[in-house]
Write a protein that binds this ligand. Structure first.
Ligand code: AHM
Ligand code: MG
Length: 352
């Protein structure tokens, strides 16, 4: 019989202690069930990503009180979008944090035209990380929820300037996740065996397990899209909007940060859309470091993610690093409902 140490603590205190021990790195090793080289690689990679998340969360928490944390840098990124101070800070933090893992030779980010090459890591660089350092940049200066998104893939090439091997369909991702900077800082990830969420305990400086094996409801009431573009959408998308307006039980939620909106849907159910417009037929969101990682997570949670043409996001073979994709993501039944309406009205012209 195994003796347990006597404890006069209440059950609640004992549970708090146990919870505090279920940290991200411990959970990852437990998920692998061994101390294999791969388990240790992932534990190291996730611990570097979580360190980047902690540094960004800390910087955000005092951004309004220090110089040069808010506002714009005055430059424009490869997407043609103005770069915020926080975009640049978070991008640098990610690169530096991951560089020290020794395991990543090339990094792709929304903020960099070409992948960052880390030559010192290339002899061991078995992985590549694709990321959006700050998703929802327009929320930064108002202190609203934002996020960081990441995707980990196996990389074959190691040369600077060569990134053919990074153009992989999303179903090949080894892991994907996001960090949500909201009322608490959360890290949500999947390695293909369920979706798990951790909350940063600021007093411990550790991400501690909050919920494991999260399943999104098969149906939810939220629809999330920027209706300001109504007149720029195809007739089928407009028809979906008219459908939710006349259908009882739908309610609109749109924060301006994909991570926050998709997190809401993961928790409560519903559907998020960013369709193409007349000006940008592929929409705004990028396949490799926005749509694909979130699609990986939602599918792991029982949801779906497709293009507005009905193609599964995780099956798309990318042709460019910063490729955009018109996205429909969320609960399985809601996404199917959107797909149905889009299919039925494929030939309906826009009305405005
Ligand atoms: P970003 O990564 O540059 O912030 O852009 C992506 C963001 C998403 O988080 C959000 O859902 C969308 O852009 C909002 O765009 P819009 O203002 O066109 O609705
Ligand atoms: Mg983004």
């Amino acid at each position: 019989m195994v003796a347990t140490a006597p404890s006069s603590l209440s059950d609640a205190s004992n549970r708090d202690i146990q919870r505090g021990f279920m940290t991200l790195s411990r959970y990852i090793l437990q998920e692998f069930g061994d101390y294999s080289a791969e388990a240790q690689d992932f534990s190291a990679l996730m611990s570097r990503i979580s360190l980047a998340g902690k540094m960004i969360a800390h910087h955000l928490s005092k951004a309004g009180l220090v110089e040069n944390a808010l506002g714009v840098t005055g430059t424009v990124n490869v997407q043609g979008e103005e770069v915020k101070m926080m975009d640049e800070y978070a991008n640098t933090v990610f690169i530096r944090a991951i560089e020290q893992s020794g395991l990543v030779c090339r990094l792709v980010s929304e903020e960099m035209d070409e992948p960052a090459h880390l030559p010192d890591n290339c002899s061991l660089g078995r992985y590549a990380i694709l990321f959006d350092p700050i998703d929802g940049s327009s929320n930064i200066d108002a202190d609203l929820s934002i996020g960081s998104i990441f995707s980990i893939i196996r990389a074959e090439g190691i040369d600077e300037g060569n990134y053919e091997d990074l153009l992989q369909p999303g179903h090949k991702q080894l892991a994907a996740g996001y960090i949500l900077y909201g009322p608490s800082t959360q890290l949500v990830y999947s390695m293909g065996k369920g979706v798990h969420a951790f909350i940063l305990d600021p007093s411990l400086g550790e991400f501690v397990l909050w919920k494991d094996n999260i399943q999104t409801p098969s149906r939810g009431t939220t629809y999330s899209l920027n209706e300001g573009y109504y007149c720029q959408w195809a007739g089928a998308v407009q028809e979906f909007v008219r459908y939710v307006h006349r259908t009882e039980g739908y309610t609109a939620r749109y924060s301006g940060a994909l991570v926050a909106d998709v997190h809401r849907i993961l928790m409560y159910g519903g559907v998020y859309l960013y369709p193409g417009t007349l000006e940008q037929p592929d929409g705004k969101l990028r396949l490799l470091y926005e749509a694909s990682p979130l699609a990986f997570l939602l599918e792991q949670g029982g949801g779906r993610a497709a293009t507005t043409a009905g193609d599964r996001i995780l099956d798309i073979h990318p042709t460019a690093l910063h490729q955009r994709v018109p996205l429909v993501i969320g609960s399985a039944d809601n996404v199917a409902e959107v797909e149905n309406i889009l299919r039925q009205h494929a030939t309906t012209g826009p009305s405005c």
